[in-house]
Write a protein that binds this ligand. Structure first.
Ligand SMILES: Nc1nc2c(c(=O)[nH]1)N[C@H]1C(S)=C(S)[C@@H](COP(=O)(O)O)O[C@H]1N2
Ligand SMILES: [Mo]
Length: 213
């Protein structure tokens, strides 16, 4: 399917579900596998059909907005920050989940401390080398399991899964985790990202099936 048709089909699906009155549950499920999800052993690839090839020498992560110390991190500068690993589950809104993904990289909180966001900063807007974007409330980014991941199961994140670096936010549907990330902007007001403007939930909680806006 072409990139444009894939985007339109997904957008139509969100509109149809909304029209059918499909809304999030009041009570969150406590199961490890969120409601409506199926476990997969493989690792499907979901993106806009563009997997940019970024030589590490050219790679940059710009962190700006309402911060005291904006950064333009090179690959070496990212690698010089404290490195962590975290094992988490991965939930895609298209109903597949993958357990026990071992991601390594830099904790979001380490970047937070580096740039020193101002008190007005309440939202984070992520941008990517393929033109993708997504937005997350700052409070949701401050859990220890939120990473700028550069490794997956002990090897560099493969390009199809968002390498050189991608965001992982295990407690939200995976479209909230930008692959090929190259920008993080701290904002006072929320700004909707690529799928959020196309009918997908802004809050994206898998355990209440919070799929559509
Ligand atoms: N840059 C970028 N990030 C993205 C996407 C994308 O199209 N571009 N798709 C999102 C969606 S919808 C999902 S489910 C996950 C898929 O990650 P995967 O391809 O590693 O399974 O990436 C998310 N991050
Ligand atoms: Mo997705």
């Amino acid at each position: 399917m072409s990139k444009q048709r894939y985007i339109e089909a997904k957008q139509r699906w969100a509109e149809k579900q909304k029209a059918n009155g499909v809304t999030a549950r009041a009570e969150p499920s406590r199961d490890r596998l969120p409601p409506g999800q199926k476990l997969t052993a493989g690792f499907p690839v979901l993106d806009l059909g563009v997997q940019p090839d970024i030589p590490l020498a050219d790679w940059q992560l710009k962190i700006d907005g309402l911060v005291d110390h904006p950064q333009q991190l090179s690959w070496a500068a990212l690698g010089a920050l404290p490195q962590v690993e975290d094992v988490s589950d991965f939930h895609c809104v298209t109903t597949w989940s993958k357990y026990d993904c071992r991601w390594g990289g830099v904790a979001f909180t380490a970047l937070y401390e580096l740039v020193q966001p101002q008190p007005e900063a309440k939202f984070v807007y992520f941008t990517s080398y393929d033109g993708y974007s997504t937005n997350v409330a700052l409070a949701q980014c401050l859990d220890d399991d939120v990473l700028i991941a550069t490794s997956f199961n002990g090897a560099p994140v493969p390009r199809e899964h968002g390498g050189p670096a991608r965001i992982i936010i295990p407690k939200l549907y995976a479209w909230k985790g930008a692959k090929f990330v190259n920008g993080i902007t701290f904002l006072a007001e929320d700004k909707l990202g690529f799928w959020e403007v196309r009918g997908y939930s802004n809050t994206a909680d898998p355990w209440t099936e919070d799929r559509y806006a």
